[in-house]
Each structure stands twice: as C-alpha cells, then as structure tokens.
Design a protein around this ligand. Structure first.
Ligand SMILES: CC/C=C\C/C=C\C/C=C\C/C=C/C(=O)SCCNC(=O)CCNC(=O)[C@H](O)C(C)(C)COP(=O)(O)OP(=O)(O)OC[C@H]1O[C@@H](n2cnc3c(N)ncnc32)[C@H](O)[C@@H]1OP(=O)(O)O
Length: 316
C-alpha cells in the first residue's frame, strides 16, 4: 500500500518535472552560473553537458550550519524544478570536502535555531538521497561525518588521494542517526558498515576505494569532475523516468522511514543533545579542534625544521 502510493507520488513528480518546459532550464543555462544568498553554495551549469557543478563554499571547512543547509536545500529544489540532467557535488576548499555538521550548532544550542537546523538537514538528505536527477561527488578533501553522508547520498564518488572519509560520530561520543547508517548500508557491505559505524572509522582514500566507499581515485579536482562527468554521461542513453524511478524505488524504504518519523527523529535528536554526557563530549571536541588549529603553525615549523635536519644529515 505504502510502496504503491510512494511510486505513484514519485511517478507524478517525475512526469511533472519532465513536462516542465526547457524555458526554466534555459534561464540557468543562459546565466551559466547562479549563486545563492551569501554565495554559500555555488552552481555552475555546463552548457554542453547540462550537468550542474554544485560547490559548497563556506570557508574554512564547509561545516554544515543552518545557513549552508538552507542554501543547499533550495539549490536541490532548483535542480529538481529545472529538470537537471545531473549534479556534481564538490567543495571550494583545497583540502576539505565538508567537515560535517557545524559542531557549534550542536554544542550549547539555541533550541529554536537547532529545530530549524535539524529540519534543514533532514530536508537536504531527503532531497539529495531521493533526487530524480543523477548525482556524483567529486570529493576534493576530507569528508568526515555529515561530509561523508552527503557524498554517500550521491550515486558515484570520486576522491583525491591522501584524504579521509567516514562516519566518525562514535569517536565524538555521539550516535549517527539511523538514516546516516542506512545511507552507509546502501553504500558498503553490511558487516563492514557495522564495523565502520561502531568504530567511527575514518578511511584513507586507498582504503575507501578497496571498501567500495568511493568508486574511483582522481589526480586532482579537475580530474575528479571529469570522472564524475563520464559517470553521469552513462545515463544519457537510459530513459530518464525509468532511471529515476529505479533509483527512488531502491532508496524508498530509507526515505519513507524518515518521512514518516520526522518529528520523532527531531525529538530523539533533542533528547540526545540535551544529554549532559553528549554536551560534555562535544565541548571537549570543540576545545580539541580549536587547540589543533592553534597548534598548526608550531607543528608546521617543527616539520620544516625536521626537514632541514634531515637534509643536513644526508649531506654529512
Ligand atoms: C540518537 C541520536 C544521538 C545523538 C545525536 C547527537 C548528535 C548527532 C547528530 C548528528 C551526527 C553528527 C554528524 C556530524 O557531522 S558531527 C561533525 C563531525 N566532524 C568532524 O569530526 C570533523 C572535525 N574537523 C576536522 O577533523 C578537521 O577540521 C578537518 C579534517 C575537517 C580539516 O582539518 P584542517 O586542519 O584543514 O582544519 P582545522 O584547523 O582542523 O579547522 C579549521 C577551523 O574549522 C573549525 N572546524 C573544523 N571542523 C568543524 C566542525 N565540524 N564544526 C565547526 N567548526 C569546525 C576548527 O575548529 C577551526 O576553527 P578555528 O579554531 O576557529 O580556526
């Protein structure tokens, strides 16, 4: 009953998007690139392929706060309305794809804002994981937690060498929501997902490839985007509605589970972040991140000096 209702709704939605005239799409094409409020998310449409490159642009680490999530959510709406031919998700940072949820939204939160924040995150996940258009992630930097989640929502992942990706929540003393877990279960083998989730494991690029958490390794960002384009082009020969319905049917149980329990999920989140032990873990983590950031110049100076000593030793 539920599934036929769901398929029916999605079929209507997809037929609806197919019927949207190309006029709306041309508006985007003509301008070629569109930027959201505050430029937190940049959108560039490739005239030749019709693929949109969506760039998360919140320096320094693209941590996902309410404003970034709201901007991303409306970009996903636009792509859907404009019957996008495909999306490539990437980052404007040279070392971080996304640092995941902004810890400042979770630590000592303002309850009004945190409700909007969590609802926006739910919106983004439902729209991205269930998108009718095909998606690929060009992971040009570290992708912990929420960063990994958004990459896993895409159907294909290309990552640059020597970065890390994973759902590390347990390391922070928090529990990944069930829909985060479901997304990982849809990406890597079940047992590996359980181990990765309970250990809060971050995988280096090579290991992520072996595990199937990513699909390819690229030399640099341009190469990653190119590889994503090659993937998206494969769908050009496949009838659009059949492809979209297959994807959405495949993911529908996970999506319906959240759709039907959004308020309960929100309440569970409130309960979790109100727990003094969770707040204490988050507080320690915020302090650790700040300390690490401040120590960076010292660590870099030590590395530099070590290099000089090493080269002097070699000469002698
Ligand atoms: C039933 C439910 C139970 C419990 C629910 C409760 C909560 C569960 C909800 C959801 C699950 C959580 C999902 C998440 O996404 S949590 C976020 C996890 N993210 C991380 O652990 C990443 C932390 N960051 C890093 O590891 C590094 O920053 C990174 C590798 C990404 C980049 O390293 P780099 O050396 O390039 O930069 P840094 O010097 O470390 O950072 C620069 C700057 O940015 C600040 N920063 C970093 N990450 C975050 C973040 N996630 N949020 C906010 N701010 C962040 C860092 O402090 C530095 O700031 P400053 O000190 O001002 O320079």
């Amino acid at each position: 009953m539920l599934s036929s209702k769901f398929i029916h709704a999605f079929t209507r939605q997809i037929y609806h998007t197919n019927l949207i005239t190309s006029a709306t799409f041309n508006v985007i094409k003509k301008h070629n690139s569109t930027h959201t409020k505050n430029d937190l998310v940049l959108v560039d449409v490739n005239d030749k392929t019709g693929f949109s490159i969506v760039t998360l642009n919140r320096p320094p680490v693209n941590s996902l706060n309410l404003e970034l999530l709201s901007a991303f959510s409306s970009v996903l709406d636009d792509l859907h309305k404009n019957n996008s031919r495909g999306m490539i998700l990437t980052s404007s940072s040279s070392t971080v794809f996304s640092a995941g949820l902004d810890i400042n939204e979770l630590y000592k939160p303002d309850m009004d804002r945190v409700r909007k924040f969590w609802t926006s995150l739910q919106d983004c996940w439902i729209k991205l994981y269930g998108s009718s258009f095909p998606t690929a992630a060009a992971i040009n930097g570290h992708a912990p937690a929420g960063g990994c989640l958004f990459a896993m929502c895409c159907e294909y992942r290309v990552m640059l060498p020597k970065y890390t990706i994973g759902l590390n929540e347990t390391q922070l003393g928090i529990v990944a929501p069930t829909w985060f877990m479901a997304t990982m279960k849809n990406t890597i083998p079940l047992r590996q997902a359980e181990l990765a989730l309970t250990l809060g494991k971050m995988f280096k690029t090579d290991d992520a490839l072996k595990l199937g958490l990513i699909d390819e390794i690229a030399e640099n960002k341009e190469d990653a985007i190119h590889k994503c384009e090659i993937f998206l082009k494969k769908y050009q020969k496949i009838p659009q509605t059949a492809r979209a319905l297959t994807k959405q049917s495949y993911r529908k149980n996970d999506i319906m589970e959240l759709e039907n329990n959004r308020e309960a999920d929100l309440q569970l989140f409130f309960l979790a972040i109100s727990d003094p032990r969770v707040q204490s873990s988050l507080g320690k983590y915020v302090a650790f991140l700040k300390l690490k950031s401040r120590m960076k110049p010292i660590l870099e100076a030590v590395k530099f000096l070590k290099g000089i000593f090493k080269s002097k030793k070699k000469k002698n």
